[in-house]
Write a protein that binds this ligand. Sequence first.
Ligand code: NAP
Length: 237
Amino acid sequence: MLNTEKPYVICHMLGSVDGRIKQNIWGFKDHHKYFEETAEKITADAWLVGRVTMQEFSSKNTYSIEADRTHIPKIDYVADQPVKSFAVVIDPSGKCFWDTNMVSTEHVIEVLTEKVPTGYLEHLRSKNVSYIFGGKEELDLDLVLKKLYHLFQIKTVRIDGGGHVNGSFLQAGLIDEFSLVLAPVADGAIGSPTVFEVAEGYENRKATQFKIKSVEQIYDDFLWIRYQVIKETDTNR
Ligand SMILES: NC(=O)c1ccc[n+]([C@@H]2O[C@H](COP(=O)([O-])OP(=O)(O)OC[C@H]3O[C@@H](n4cnc5c(N)ncnc54)[C@H](OP(=O)(O)O)[C@@H]3O)[C@@H](O)[C@H]2O)c1
């Protein structure tokens, strides 16, 4: 039985004034720095991204998965490794492949469902990549956070996108802070992911409200806005 502690969660994003997050047409020379230099100022034990975003960092090689040759139980695997900072990917079907168990200076943790084939676990073990199970068919993100805390001592996690992973954690009420680097650009691409992708239409839900912690003007025309998430659902402002 897991304890109830879980990491403090800060979502950090670079967004256009219309909330888009793909920088394909933004036209900034060194577009990575706006995200990365601010991210570095947020102290965290791990960063976490969705499968689509992580595929920018995982292997570009083709790996073939052996049909379930060996029996590997579908239980969490904490690889023996020396580092204490982590790169976590929400990858329910096991689509990211790895040549190494590191992204930059961080040890990789795969968050899986039990849908993944045993051969994929064999691949992860062969690269000494850690993995945890967040559910049988669907992920329980609250459980995922608790496992990150207890198995890896992750006390603060920075969620770095994309929009779908941010939206999942937002919908589950698991984001404590939102850190937005607001780029001075209007994107306008209909259908391109936004900072929070939660659901089509409005359904029966309420938007999440924020309270400003700080605002800073950076790189001349950018704003770095840090918000606290208001957790109570029936705030009257
Ligand atoms: N501007 C910025 O600050 C910033 C930051 C990060 C990324 N980006 C950009 O954002 C784009 C990608 O964003 P995205 O929203 O398309 O993708 P994403 O959030 O990176 O990844 C989405 C995928 O993650 C998995 N996933 C996420 N939440 C899940 C949940 N609750 N349960 C099960 N699976 C879950 C699913 O994988 P499966 O499909 O395998 O099921 C889903 O398709 C890229 O272009 C990237 O460059 C921008």
